[in-house]
Design a protein around this ligand. Structure first.
Ligand SMILES: Nc1ncnc2c1ncn2[C@@H]1O[C@H](COP(=O)(O)OP(=O)(O)O)[C@@H](O)[C@H]1O
Ligand SMILES: [Mg+2]
Length: 429
């Protein structure tokens, strides 16, 4: 209902915003009353997210409120029909919820929360326009009687029963002239959050009465349908604010804040997790081809080792006899090579033909592979004479191979084994 000007303070080096009552309302007793009440309510609140009121006065018979000048734009212009970035949206919601928490603690219910009454400046968001505020009491500033004098004589509806202000963000109980409390502001804030997330107010109809009907009856479409980047948690918060029954909403701005701040930490946590996943996932995503190639290379390495062992069959048995006084160890190594060969050939060909089920199959036979490969890792024992201390290193490297194969095959075919996991298949495969 006001007209806001940017003005220069001649006493202090600063700009101020001067809000005047429009000319046609200067003689309107109710309008003047609401204007006084706005200044009264806002001046009682000292909060970084509430626009500071400096003074009230009269200039040539016109009432004005002097307040801090904010540089930026109101949220209505910021949204401008398009969703805003989720992190920014959560930040604004947290700031306005904080402003409401302070106002509610002072017994002030704003009753006109909407994007045009939220200002976005470099310093963050600021709540404006307490022109429809309901003053229950103003703790520490004025007596409850002064507050009620400023309030109850001027309800938000006129004598003719018409609602003052836009109905677009009003809670059902406010539209039905029911009892209004702090949860009424939380409904409107939920609606502002919905609009920030989707770019639209879901209740807007072609006329004020159709909007009212929508607010009273409609369940708004899921935010995630309109903006898939909204998390399930954020959706739940918005929907809880938008419950028709105030008892089903958040009981207080503090309760809403606690969920919202959780959420504002979450994206950071999430992005840290996502970052970690990306770091871990980057080789998965970009080098499936490489993973497959390395796995195939390992199979070839095994086949060469098996071939060498079988080729030197006599020698192995001899060394086993010399070292351990029996052929048993040599026989075990040879058996390993014989059993391992078909596995290696199978894995190699399956990988070569990019057989999608190989991950799952590998998972099934992995315990057997592990036993086989760990046994094989003891082969350098037979060469300890030649390799000396190096045989320990060779054994360690061989023992590591089954695990690295597991990593490689899961890299290429997904943790679940199948081809269908979230892993992106690169174009070369
Ligand atoms: N302190 C301020 N600094 C800068 N712009 C302001 C300030 N207060 C209000 N405005 C601008 O004026 C518009 C209307 O202000 P508001 O107090 O909501 O008046 P009304 O009672 O007409 O709704 C706001 O949406 C905002 O764009
Ligand atoms: Mg306004």
């Amino acid at each position: 209902m006001g007209v806001v000007y940017k003005a220069e303070d001649l006493k202090l080096p600063r700009y101020v915003a001067l809000k005047f009552l429009p000319d046609n309302l200067t003689k309107d007793r109710q309008a003047l009353f609401r204007f006084r009440r706005e200044a009264y309510a806002a001046s009682a609140l000292n909060h970084p997210n509430i626009c500071t009121v400096y003074d009230v006065g009269d200039a040539d018979g016109r009432a004005f409120i002097a307040m801090e000048f904010l540089d930026g734009s109101n949220l209505k212009n910021v949204i401008n029909g398009r969703p805003i970035e989720i992190e920014r949206m959560v930040r604004i919601s947290v700031e306005i919820a904080r402003a409401l928490e302070t106002a509610h603690a002072k017994g002030i219910i704003h009753r006109d929360i909407k994007p045009a009454n939220i200002f976005i400046s470099m310093a963050g968001s600021k709540l404006l326009d307490f022109g429809l505020a309901k003053l229950q009491y103003i703790g520490g500033v004025a007596s409850p009687s002064a507050a009620s004098e400023l309030d109850e004589t001027a309800p938000p509806s006129t004598a003719s029963g018409l609602l003052i202000g836009t109905v677009d963000y009003m809670a059902p109980e406010q539209l039905q002239s029911g009892p209004v409390d702090t949860r009424t502001d939380l409904f409107a804030l939920g609606l502002v959050m919905y609009e920030m997330a989707t770019g639209i107010n879901p209740f807007i109809g072609t006329t004020a009465s159709s909007t009212i009907a929508n607010i009273l009856k409609d369940i708004p479409e899921a935010v995630t349908h309109r903006n898939p980047s909204v998390s399930v948690h954020l959706e739940a918060i918005i929907q809880k604010c938008l419950r028709k029954d105030p008892d089903e909403r958040y009981p207080s701005a503090r309760a809403l804040l606690s969920d919202l701040t959780q959420l504002s930490i979450e994206p950071r946590r999430l992005s840290a997790t996502q970052q970690a996943q990306t770091v871990a996932a980057s080789p998965l995503e970009v080098s499936r081809y490489l993973a497959r190639s390395l796995f195939m290379l390992v199979q070839i390495a095994y086949l060469i080792m098996y071939g060498a062992a079988l080729y030197k069959l006599q020698k192995l048995l001899q060394v086993s006899m010399q070292l351990f006084g029996s052929h048993t160890f040599g026989i075990l190594v040879l058996a390993d090579a014989v059993l391992g060969t078909p596995f290696r050939i199978y894995f190699f060909t399956a990988l070569a033909f990019d057989f999608g089920d190989i991950g799952r199959q590998f998972k099934t036979v992995f315990p057997a592979i592990l036993i086989l490969d760990l046994m094989w890792a003891s082969t350098p024992l037979l060469f300890q004479g030649q390799l000396q201390g190096l045989f320990i290193l060779c054994s360690g490297a061989l023992a590591f191979l089954p695990l690295s194969q597991k990593t490689l095959i899961y890299t290429a075919y997904g943790q679940t084994g199948g081809r269908s996991s979230g892993i992106r298949h690169d174009s070369r495969s």
